[in-house]
Design a protein around this ligand. Structure first.
Ligand SMILES: Cc1cc2nc3c(=O)[nH]c(=O)nc-3n(C[C@H](O)[C@H](O)[C@H](O)COP(=O)(O)O)c2cc1C
Length: 210
């Protein structure tokens, strides 16, 4: 019997799914912030998540150059954490099993299609399967939808996910912090996600009531 790896045990392990809703900047900011916290991340991009990464952040924003993208945008603090990338069709990846000690998952942004898949337990992809694992194991699952307006089926799917135990955290930046840049808007949503995952966040100042 081998001794437990206490370093790995001390590192919080979370899954991040990135799907093809607009707002991949929320994903990039969230991934960077979790890495700055020293987490290990199991990251999965859907095909449309990959496409939106390029469409919204430019031709150099490629999944296989994710660390370069993160350090260029947010600095070397992201190197405090580690990550592994998985193919969305790889149903044999670690996070497809409840026996893997991944403590929580966020899908950011979460497309209406993936929301529907999670709502109905379809597990058609690794992202959907990992989310299903979070629900069946009663672990934290944060879903960050971005769509407007919403149809009745989409609203019902969100309710179904919430009833199953997911946190619904719509990508809705606030303006009381007087954001100046798009990055400020992304930081607000990423900070909310970190709070929902149980972290103190330093991405925007908490409201003091004054
Ligand atoms: C440019 C672009 C923007 C999109 N924006 C959204 C969006 O904001 N919300 C959404 O639910 N779907 C959006 N879609 C549609 C999804 O990408 C599409 O339903 C896709 O099949 C989702 O698959 P996935 O969940 O596996 O990523 C967008 C698609 C494109 C090409």
């Amino acid at each position: 019997m081998t001794a437990p790896d206490t370093r790995a045990a001390a590192r919080r392990t979370l899954a991040v799914g990135v799907t093809g809703a607009s707002g991949v900047i929320y994903a990039v900011r969230t991934i960077a912030a979790l890495l700055e916290e020293g987490c290990h991340l199991e990251i999965v991009f859907s095909d449309y998540g990959r496409r939106l990464l390029v469409d919204e952040l430019g031709p150099d924003a490629k999944v296989d150059r994710l660390l370069d993208l993160l350090t260029a945008r947010y600095g070397d603090g992201v190197r405090r954490g580690t990550f592994a990338l998985h193919a969305n069709k790889d149903m044999g990846a670690s996070i497809a099993s409840g026996s893997h000690r991944c403590e929580a998952m966020v899908i950011v942004p979460c497309s209406m299609k993936t929301m529907a898949g999670v709502a109905h337990g379809l597990s058609r992809s690794l992202i959907e399967r990992a989310a299903d694992v979070m629900l069946k194991e009663h672990r934290r699952l944060v879903l960050v939808p971005r769509e407007t307006p919403m149809s009745l089926p989409q609203l019902r799917n969100m309710v179904a996910c919430a009833e199953a135990g997911a946190h619904i955290l719509p990508a809705m930046p606030a303006f009381y912090q007087q954001p100046k840049t798009i990055e400020d808007l992304a930081s607000f949503v990423a900070g909310k996600i970190l709070n929902a995952l149980g972290f103190e966040q330093r991405l925007f100042p908490a409201w003091t009531g004054e």
